[in-house]
Ligand binder design. Sequence first.
Ligand SMILES: Nc1ncnc2c1ncn2[C@@H]1O[C@H](COP(=O)(O)OP(=O)(O)OP(=O)(O)O)[C@@H](O)[C@H]1O
Length: 608
Amino acid sequence: MGDVEKGSSSRRDGGRTFGVAFRGLRWSPQAISGWLTCCGKKKKKMEWILSDITGYFAPGTLTALMGSSGSGKSSLLDILSKRKTQGTIEGDIFYDEQPLTGAFARDLVGYVEQSPSLIANLTAEELLLYTAALQRPASEDLSARKAEVARLMEKLGLLGRKDVVVGGALTKGLSGGETKRVTIAIGMIQDPAVLFLDEPTSGLDSATANGIMKLVKGIAEEGRTVASAIHSPTAYCFGLFDRLLLLSGGRVSFLGEASGAVAFLTRAGISADEDYTASEWLVEILARPETLGRIAEVYSGSDLCRGNAVRVERLLSSDPPEREGALEAKSATQPQRWSPLREITALFRYRTLRNFTDGAYLGARVGDKILFMLVIISLYYGKGTPKGGSDLASSASAFSTVVPSVLFMVTVLPAFGAAGYMPSLMMERPIFVRERADGNYRVPSYLVYKVLEEFVVTVPISLLFCVAVYYGVGMQGDLGLFWLIFLVTQNIGIVLAYLVAAFAPSVDSANAILPCYVTICLFFVGLLIPYSEIPVYWQWFSYITFLKYSWSALMLNEFQGNQPGMLSFFSLNEDDSKWAYFGYLCAFYPAFFLGALLIMSYSKYVKR
Ligand SMILES: Nc1ncnc2c1ncn2[C@@H]1O[C@H](COP(=O)(O)OP(=O)(O)OP(=O)(O)O)[C@@H](O)[C@H]1O
């Protein structure tokens, strides 16, 4: 690309450069289904938000993307970085000689989103170390990674704020300008050859915006290809841009040296107040709907447009064998991906450790169990079934439903409690979406990390709960199995919450679906209606109710060899194996996990 346009063909740090060329790009939010493509009439009805976008971004240059609101700036950046999740895209995109692929975009393109979702409870340094652990090459050792993060923080003026938490809507942390610097650092962390920024100065005062864009200019001067959507740059900011791509009504209205834009448009007969600076001039004419179509026509008939088209053609016309060779050479320079184990370790190391020191996180998981434990003990203290086997089976107290009821509560509480996890799960979804788009991890790694993190918390708290309830109520069964059943039931409830959170469209719907399902399950546990009395057409539901297996295993554990009458009263068989019921219970865990995994892998949570 360096031979055809201003720009450098090498980077100061010796990294690779890539020019970005695109030809005849168009995008419609509508998807073309098979029959639409072969039916010319239907295809004409497509509404193209972007049409006939041809141009290039050269290494070592900073290009501004300007246009009125809704002109398609973000959409163009999304398409060029493979982040568009919706609709129909047509046209060619090449990074040097290589057609754009998802893996290529993930490894070599940095993207700074307009309002990214960040992990609020990590400090700036922790967030960058965490992102570096997931994005930088697997071959890099820890000290080199830390040195790289320190270098990046110094470059972006963040060293003095490295120990401040990022913060969010509810917790004050970094300022708006500092948060932008952190998001730029995230975009830069894998040392990308190409960096796209979507309005990096929005919401900032002029001085802070100037500072941010000066940093961005420095990034381009290192030899990277940088393009930034920007709304109303200050005169200083505008002066930093080498090139300008003007969009109006989804079409290119100008692509050339930023400093030549006003002269080009004036020559074409478009005028504005003479006292305006170049950026004010452009903002002014972009706000006039009546001139927008004309600007696009003037550009499409200009020598500038033809010259740009010729350059793009030249860029895209390399011989196919040459392209393949280049592709092999470049793929060898691409960073190696982490193994899933390394991804899970990095997630644990930074996110779990921080969660485990977060009172709000632990309180939500421990508080309810302690409360339920105290309520159960205070209500049922010493009311367990005394050991004595069949002698007591005929007495009235032997058929007291106290212990079956306690076991029922022990079974259903964790299932209901899981509903409490869903709001935070769903609120974390934007972070998951952003980190997936950044290529931080695979979905299975994320899900395994989430369930393991919950599992670690549930082990000690469930042990405390079970020991206290066991001795407080005066139970007779095997304490170890009692705990195992409770632990597994609790974790199945958590995975079920993940499953519901994965497909529910909103927090409200998730909060309605899970309690609704669990409440229906209560009828089929075995206590409220013994299995033998459930109508035939409902009996199938018992088999897919994990709480039934949990309660049945607890009942067998408590009453087998002790009070057989109690078991038969609830349609349980004295000869049934409590371990078999426990095994059936365990099978629900991978089933729900797999369901959540599939939905999370294939859902397009963000429509962009
Ligand atoms: N996934 C989508 N589905 C439907 N319409 C979409 C989608 N994404 C973008 N659009 C529409 O495409 C047009 C261009 O949107 P885009 O966000 O790219 O514009 P923009 O120039 O970045 O705007 P702004 O400066 O306000 O951020 C808008 O009308 C928008 O509503």
